[in-house]
Structures are given as structure tokens and as C-alpha cells.
Design a protein around this ligand. Structure first.
Ligand code: PSU
Ligand code: MN
Length: 305
């Protein structure tokens, strides 16, 4: 297995020396953010970690090679090549055998990060249960993947384009531990508060690491979701949000958008109809999660756990 996954020299050295590493997904670059902002954002995300002594490991499949840690040309390829597809867990093996290039979702990124020995992963917002899933069965593979991988994922909650209460119910069923970071209100991606509560709250990266250690002691191989809201003053205007969301869902239905195209479609709709404000919020919340992921990874490395 390992022979099919290529670690960059920087990531391999950091892991071998017990230094902190944070995994980053690439679908947010290829399908979540528009060109050319996506490449600038991808570089910015890496620089946030490098600046605090943490090694970034952006993950993607490039010409059939599953790569953990990308160089700048590979980052640019993900950002700029329209032939780069969205690769989830089930797509990994055929993408590799057919020498395809794909940006990895949260699910596929978490899998490759875990196989490489990385414990902390920062993203924007996870996939979840889509609205209307009772009919369409559209539930992101992110949830099932995280249910089976011992990795700590920092995210700004569940995208408000999804059915957030149903997503929390599924995470309970799948036994994904949810920790509110300095909040008891489950964050709503573009919004600081989804309107739903959480059972567990932590105040520090060290507390997150204690939960990781306790889960390891129980041999509980499931993800820990650290739900990290944007500060209230940085969230999208809630009235604008609610209006655009209703329109976006209507357009998706009218245009017959389904399956893996749904999330990119809704995110793009938001961008166009908020005058780019949702884009700024998306970059901001991802950066916020990357900073916290770096702090957790540093604490994890410090404990030598
Ligand atoms: N969060 C973002 N932007 C994104 C995504 C999440 O801020 O583009 C991507 C992630 O890669 C996630 C995927 O895994 O959307 C979920 O897609 P789906 O709903 O098709 O599973
Ligand atoms: Mn889906």
C-alpha cells in the first residue's frame, strides 16, 4: 500500500522526526474556490503552517500517483488544470490505475493522510447529508470515511447548503466524536452558529490532544471532528445567506444538478450571488481551521504521542 502513496521529502522527514504535520484537502482548491484565487489560497494555506513550524501536506492524485505533500508545480496543476476531477475514496484506485489526476475530497484526503501516518487534517467544511436525502440518498462519503479513520479533522461545521440536523444525527450514528472549539453551538460554515448545539466543548489544542490520546487508549479508530466557528464578525451576513441559500437550492433543482456536482454548484452559486463575499468567508474559515490544526498538530508532536 505504502509503495503506491508518495510522500514528499518534507512530509516524510517531518513524520520520521516526529515533527508536526497537517493534511490539507485539494477538492476545495479544484472545485471549491474559483481560478485564479484558488492557487493563491492554496499557497496561503500552506504558508500559514510553514510560518509556525508545521509541515503542510496537501493531498491529491497526480498522473495516477497518490501524493501526500505537493510541490508548487503540483499545487498549480490542481488549481489550474480543468481535467482534474473530484476524487473520493471509491475513485482512488481507478484514478491511480488509469493515471488520472484528481483532487481529493475530505474522505479521500483523510484516508491517504491516515495511511501516511498523519493525525491532524484541516478543511473548510465537511460533506454531510444533503437536503432531500430521504429521497435522493445523497450523503457525502466524508461521513462514512471519517467513521473508520482515527484522524482529527478541523472544520467550520457542516456547509449550510446541507441538511445540518440530519448530518449531526448521522455523525452520532457513525460515532464520530464532535468537539466544539470554544463553543457549544455547532458552526454553520458560512455562519458562526448553525442553530444547533453540541454536547462537548474544549478550550485548548491540548484538550483536543487529550481526547485523541483517550480514544487511542480505547482503540477507538474513528475521527474526532473539531468544530471551529468563524468569529461572529467575520461570518456571512445571515439575511443574505438565507436568501441566497433558498435561491441556490431552487436553481440546483431546476437545473437537475445531482451527485458529486451538487456541492461545487451550490458553492459557486453562493459566490456569484453574494458579490464574492462567500468566497472571502470560505477562504477565511479554511485559514482559521488550518491555524487551529497547526496548533493541535504541534501539541500532538510535543506529547510525542
Ligand atoms: N468544504 C469547502 N469546500 C469544498 C468542500 C468542502 O469549504 O469544496 C468539498 C470537500 O472536498 C468535501 C466535498 O469532501 O466538498 C464534499 O462533496 P460531496 O458533498 O459530493 O461529498
Ligand atoms: Mn453526494
Amino acid at each position: 500500500m505504502m509503495s503506491r502513496i508518495a510522500l514528499s521529502d518534507a512530509v516524510a522527514a517531518a513524520l520520521a522526526e516526529g515533527r508536526p504535520v497537517v493534511a490539507l484537502e485539494s477538492t476545495i482548491i479544484s472545485h471549491g474556490l474559483p481560478r485564479p484565487r484558488n492557487l493563491a489560497a492554496a499557497r496561503h494555506f500552506e504558508s500559514l503552517l510553514l510560518g509556525s513550524g508545521v509541515t503542510p501536506a496537501t493531498i491529491a492524485v497526480i498522473d495516477g500517483v497518490a501524493r501526500v505533500g505537493l510541490n508548487d508545480a503540483q499545487l498549480a496543476r490542481i488549481a489550474e488544470d480543468p481535467g482534474v476531477t473530484k476524487v473520493s475514496v471509491r475513485d482512488l484506485a481507478p484514478a491511480m490505475t488509469q493515471r488520472a489526476s484528481g483532487a481529493t475530497t475530505v474522505a479521500a484526503t483523510a484516508l491517504l493522510a491516515h495511511r501516511a501516518g498523519i493525525r491532524v487534517f484541516s478543511t473548510g467544511g465537511l460533506g454531510g447529508v444533503h437536503r432531500g436525502a430521504a429521497q435522493s440518498f445523497d450523503e457525502s462519503a466524508d461521513l462514512v470515511a471519517l467513521a473508520g479513520l482515527p484522524i482529527t479533522v478541523v472544520s467550520a461545521g457542516t456547509k449550510s447548503i446541507l441538511d445540518v440536523p440530519a448530518t449531526l444525527e448521522r455523525m452520532e450514528t457513525l460515532s464520530i466524536t464532535v468537539l466544539g472549539y470554544r463553543t457549544s453551538r455547532y458552526p454553520g460554515f458560512y455562519l458562526a452558529d448553525s442553530g444547533l448545539g453540541m454536547d462537548w466543548r474544549v478550550e485548548t489544542p491540548a484538550e483536543v490532544v487529550e481526547v485523541m490520546v483517550a480514544q487511542d487508549a480505547l482503540d477507538l479508530r474513528r475521527a474526532i471532528l473539531v468544530a471551529n466557528p468563524l468569529p461572529g464578525e467575520k461570518q456571512l451576513d445571515p439575511a443574505l445567506h438565507d436568501r441566497v441559500l433558498a435561491d441556490a437550492l431552487g436553481r440546483a433543482e431546476a437545473e437537475g444538478v445531482t451527485g458529486k456536482d451538487t456541492t461545487p454548484f451550490l458553492l459557486a452559486y453562493f459566490r456569484e450571488h453574494t458579490g464574492g463575499a462567500s468566497l472571502e468567508v470560505n477562504v477565511e474559515l479554511a485559514a482559521n481551521n488550518i491555524v487551529l490544526g497547526g496548533q493541535i498538530a504541534r501539541e500532538w508532536a510535543r506529547r510525542g504521542a
